[in-house]
Design a protein around this ligand. Structure first.
Ligand code: ADP
Ligand code: GLC
Length: 488
């Protein structure tokens, strides 16, 4: 089975969030199962050349009259083939793959990702030199949504589409559709047309043979108006080919081997965790108090993550015996509010604005709790990393958070299954309640140790999820051979 995995980011080549972690780990897990999976992504200026081992093969097709370079190689230290789609709209712009330095999306994002989609389709269908035609293209999120649409006349290649976040849909106006030179047959309500605009995401949903999303609960939520962002009806209609498969934890996130950590630790030996906490307190300028609980947050500073509510809750806890560290970047108003809090309460709150992979690992490792009050969360990876690193996740009962954290109520504490704190109805007061409840749990040392150990014992490796994807691939390739037999 040959799978071409199309994505707009992949760790460690280029990362802005969880999609990169998934694209860096799932293909490796699939290869370990014997699936011939290869990854294709744009070649940005920010792509880390040291992680791409070029094999010297290069194709230079013209896509809508524009020269595009496709570079073939492998992810360093692996047997995973990777193809980079190179064009100045990607490789001549530094910084974030999706946004300019002003924090706004690049004005020509539809053109950039339409070009990417066309290049992927070209590569899969016409690049004879590659001697490799995929059975399935597995596309991810709106940036790849035109791939299944453009392939709709090519029944020999099947499509799987994964929704990592339905809130970002790639919706553009009709002049954009015309400029992209897409076939008029796609301007229909049962194709890309969406309330007088075009939607990349809709293309992925309508034209794929199977749709997945990244947790079972999110698969249900996106079929409701509250989480469906206007596509809930369509997703309900497609529910027989929609499944939620939980993300896993990649090999880079293991407290026993994590190369970003100055000390290592395990379930039975937690001393290294304490040392990392002390080191973080020193480096980020908070008092070195081992018994004061350290709560952290890492993430994109956007409303999805409930950062506004978290800021409000912290504003109301000036005298709480806790320490808080926040690492993130995103909307200016949240960056400013966080900086202000840290300036007002330097003994209690430390804030780092920016993107820092190494600090993210150290915060997961050194913290006692991870604050994740997301309004919605398709899967969420940080609560999984927290569980593995003995850091108590404090989450809202939505999406993947609901599927992975077991609330420390009396019953779950009594039977030992509790792994974190789960908020049912999210608002500022609920976060304040959770922070206080966490302190009660934390200061009951034997109980907290039990919870930590239970969290660390959970298996969130990629293997079982990779097998679920493999089963879907098999099913739709089987359908394809059935189609062939019926035709002949
Ligand atoms: P999302 O993809 O919605 O942003 P996830 O929880 O799935 O959320 O994944 C976020 C990933 O990005 C995690 O690996 C997290 O550690 C990382 N991350 C987010 N913000 C930062 C940051 N400022 N610095 C370092 N890593 C970050
Ligand atoms: C998205 C979601 C996040 C998920 C990630 C990887 O960015 O917001 O919940 O974990 O994709 O699937």
């Amino acid at each position: 089975m040959k799978i071409l995995f199309a994505t707009s980011e992949m760790f460690p080549l280029v990362k802005t969030g969880g999609l990169a972690d998934v694209s860096g780990a799932l293909p490796l897990a699939l290869r370990a199962l014997g699936v011939d999976v290869r990854v294709v992504l744009p070649h940005y200026a920010a792509t880390r050349a040291d992680w791409f081992v070029a094999d010297g093969t290069v194709w230079q097709p013209e896509i809508l009259g524009q020269p595009v370079t496709i570079r073939s190689g492998q992810l360093k230290d692996s047997d995973l083939p990777v193809y980079l789609i190179d064009h100045p709209v990607f490789s001549a712009r530094s910084g974030n793959p999706y946004m300019g330095p002003d924090g706004n999306p690049w004005h020509d994002n539809p053109d950039r990702f339409a070009l990417f989609c066309r290049a992927v389709v070209h590569f899969a269908t016409q690049e004879g030199e590659a001697h490799w035609t995929p059975d399935i293209i597995h596309s991810n999120d709106w940036q790849t949504g035109l791939i299944p649409a453009l392939l709709s006349g090519t029944p020999s290649i099947k499509n799987v589409f994964t929704i990592h976040n339905l809130a970002y849909q790639g919706v553009y106006d009709r002049p954009t559709f015309e400029r992209l030179g897409l076939p008029w047959s796609l301007w229909r309500a049962d194709a890309l047309e969406y309330w007088g605009n075009m939607s990349f995401m809709k293309g992925g949903i309508i034209f794929s043979d199977f749709i997945t999303t990244v947790s079972p609960t999110y698969a249900k939520e996106i079929q409701t108006p509250k989480f469906g962002y206007g596509l809930d009806g369509l997703l309900q209609h497609q529910s027989n080919k929609l499944k939620g498969i939980l993300n896993g934890i990649g090999a880079d996130w293991d407290p026993e081997t994590d190369h970003f950590l100055p000390h290592h630790f395990s379930r039975s030996q937690l001393a290294g965790k304490q040392r990392i906490k002390a080191q973080l307190q020193a480096e980020l300028g908070l008092p070195q108090e081992p018994r004061i609980p350290l709560l952290v947050h890492i993430g994109r500073l956007v409303e999805q993550k409930g950062i506004d509510l978290l800021i409000q809750a912290l504003e109301q806890l000036p005298n709480e015996p806790i320490q808080v560290m926040v690492l993130g970047s995103g909307e200016l108003r949240f960056e400013q509010a966080l900086r202000q809090l840290a300036a007002q309460r330097p003994e209690q709150i430390a804030v780092r604005i920016g993107y820092d992979e190494s600090l993210a690992h150290q915060l997961e490792a050194g913290a006692d709790a991870f604050l994740m009050p997301s309004r919605f969360e398709p899967c969420g990876l940080n609560q999984l990393y927290s569980l593995r690193y003995g850091t108590c996740p404090i989450v809202h009962r939505v999406g993947g958070l609901a599927d992975t954290v077991i609330h420390a109520d009396a019953a779950h504490l009594a039977d030992g299954s509790a792994t974190g704190i789960v908020i049912d109805h999210l608002d500022t007061d609920a976060i304040i309640w959770a922070v206080r409840y966490f302190q009660t749990l934390y200061h009951d040392a034997p109980q907290f140790a039990r919870m930590q150990a239970q969290g660390m014992a959970q298996d969130f490796g990629w293997m079982s999820s990779a097998k679920a994807y493999q089963a879907i691939y098999r099913e739709i390739v089987q359908d394809r051979s059935d189609d062939h037999q019926n035709e002949s």
